[in-house]
Design a protein around this ligand. Structure first.
Ligand code: M6R
Length: 361
């Protein structure tokens, strides 16, 4: 049941400290330098030269986050929309590891992409939430995100568990696939991971998201911008916002604003800017370009961040490793979408025209 909550979505957002703990449990060695994702004989990993992610919707955004993490860890990776992958002419070989990311494990487009990958000789790994799902049965290897059942059509806790699982996978793959390439050491981020559920718990006690949602209700459109790991968060936040509020929302790479979308910006279009602790000066510069056109800017940033002074509203996130700031920002923005949709009286758990799992192509 809803456990006293009016909507499953809010219950699921609030349960994220627990679901994340379950995702992490038993997967990081006590010394913090090794991870176990219950898949793959380490011997076989060095056979792969490249990772191709296939996914849809929110899972696609989690895969984008994962791609950035893998690339930073020195592993060649890219993300495809599963529906496009089937027509893509990009080469797939025996050295390709195809990773499908699918909460339900039943998404037809994703299953189709997995079939193409298998047909062309790739090894297929699926990252899923549902034991015995079609994706788990079709894949060569399965890694579960252990987020627990998600009832709300809007994916929330599964996005957080997917990104963390992909970070663990990145650490695992990097040890075998990064070769001589220069890469970032993921260990500090894995250390920070152990306190992430508590950070999240503290953040969820605040009412900042509800305040911000009410303040900007009735705007013409809602824009979300971010750079690096902030980019998939901007895309995901906009998807969530449009999905449950039925209001117009778009997510952009902050640097892209001036290449077109800036034409849409007015005093009636708030811009949510995600500050992860990396590339923030550039993001602030891009946010100010929108501010100059009259748009109110909401800085999603840790306390004391220089962007707060320069912008119009602040949505706080706890201080953590830059690898996880995006995850925290995403949860705050899930709450903004939720409270906006609630205020508008929308059908939050079952938005119009949508289904929890999309079993047609
Ligand atoms: O079950 P999957 O992760 O494969 O589902 C993919 C998308 O249909 C799903 O994430 C959809 O975008 C969500 N409703 C977004 O909240």
């Amino acid at each position: 049941g809803k456990g006293g909550y009016e909507h499953y979505m809010l219950k699921e957002i609030d349960s994220q400290p627990t679901s994340l703990r379950n995702t992490i449990k038993g997967r990081i060695s006590p010394s913090g330098d090794d991870v176990d994702v219950d898949a793959f004989d380490p011997e076989t990993l060095s056979e792969f030269s490249e990772v191709q992610f296939v996914a849809c919707g929110t899972s696609y955004h989690a895969a984008l986050y994962g791609t950035t993490l893998l690339n930073e860890a020195g592993v060649r990776a890219r993300t495809y929309r599963a529906s496009e992958y089937q027509m893509a002419s990009d080469p797939v070989t025996e050295e390709t590891l195809v990773v499908s990311v699918t909460q339900s494990g039943e998404t037809a487009d994703t299953l189709g992409a997995m079939r193409r990958a298998s047909r062309e000789g790739a090894t297929v790994l699926t990252v899923t939430n549902v034991m015995g799902s079609s994706a788990a049965r079709a894949a060569d290897e399965t890694v579960y995100i252990h987020a627990g059942p998600e009832i709300g059509v809007a994916a929330t806790k599964t996005f957080s568990s997917q990104t963390v699982t992909l970070a663990l996978l990145a650490q695992r793959l990097a040890a075998h696939m990064s070769g001589e390439r220069e890469h970032r050491d993921l260990e500090p981020a894995l250390d920070a991971l152990t306190s992430l559920p508590d950070d999240l718990g503290r953040m969820l006690e605040g009412d900042d998201a509800e305040r911000i949602a009410n303040r900007f209700l009735g705007s013409d459109a809602y824009f979300f911008i971010g750079r690096g790991l902030g980019y998939p968060v901007a895309k995901e936040s906009a998807l969530k916002f449009k999905e449950i509020t039925y209001e117009h929302a778009e997510g952009f790479a902050s640097g892209e604003l001036k290449h077109g979308p800036l034409a849409l910006v007015t005093p009636q279009t708030p811009v949510f800017a995600v500050f992860t602790g990396e590339h923030d000066e550039k993001t602030l510069k891009n946010a100010k370009e929108a501010q100059t056109r009259g748009a109110p800017i909401v800085a999603v940033a840790k306390e004391g961040h220089p962007a707060i002074e320069a912008t119009d509203a602040h949505l706080p996130i706890p201080d953590t490793d830059p690898m996880w700031s995006g995850l925290l920002a995403n949860v705050q923005l899930q709450l903004v979408s939720y409270h906006a949709a609630n205020e508008l009286g929308r059908s939050i758990d079952k938005p119009r025209n949508l289904a929890k799992s999309v079993t047609v192509e």
